[in-house]
Write a protein that binds this ligand. Structure first.
Ligand code: GDP
Ligand code: MG
Length: 175
């Protein structure tokens, strides 16, 4: 049980989006406060678990990382089906990864309907000088799908804590 005596609430979050957008890096930054410049292929599906404080206690977040390679893609829908939260990530310097978010969001809606919190994450903000997707476009896409949005950098840590704090705060709406 948590400090308040309530049972520790657990939530599953699935990270989806095209390859190389920074899914694994966002999780590493949040979990270990580290960043690796070298690309490391995520093999299949991996998860880490972390507790975060919320207003009335603590929640445990289970973060499910996914890999975009073709041979693992078929696994992703079942992870989406099991998740309370979908974190849809794209790279602000990669227009194609932004276009692909429409498909990723549709996959989440197909599996969970409206019974899910979705956040659209524009990552690699440390490279904002060469961005290909504006904040206004990100906001418009989020509004179109009625979901949350945020800009982050796994490299310098920008908004990473805020991303998880916002998600933890939004979770009670699911109950
Ligand atoms: P994934 O395939 O979505 O899991 O992407 P990774 O987390 O493996 O990151 C892919 C590449 O982008 C790696 O070389 C990372 O070091 C790099 N990367 C990830 N996040 C950032 C970021 O916020 N800024 C910059 N400049 N590079 C990043
Ligand atoms: Mg990865």
């Amino acid at each position: 049980t948590s400090a308040g005596g309530r049972p520790l609430r657990k939530y599953k979050l699935v990270f989806i989006g095209d390859q190389s957008v920074g899914k694994t890096s966002i999780i590493s930054r949040f979990q270990y406060n580290t960043f690796d410049d070298h690309y490391q292929t995520t093999i299949g599906i991996d998860f880490v678990s972390k507790t975060v404080p919320v207003d009335d206690g603590t929640v445990r977040l289970q973060l499910w990382d996914t890999a975009g390679q073709e041979r693992f893609r078929s696994l992703i829908p079942s992870y989406i089906r099991d998740s309370h939260v979908a974190v849809v990530v794209f790279d602000i310097t990669n227009r194609e990864s932004f276009e692909a978010t429409t498909k990723w969001i549709a996959d989440v809606r197909a599996q969970r309907g409206t019974d899910v919190i979705i956040v659209l994450v524009g990552n690699k903000m440390d490279l904002a000088a060469s961005r290909k997707v504006s904040t206004a476009e990100l906001e418009a896409r989020a509004n179109e799908h009625d979901i949350m949005f945020i800009e982050t950098s796994a490299k310098d840590g920008f908004n990473i804590k805020l991303l998880f704090r916002r998600l933890a705060t939004a979770l009670p709406a699911l109950e």
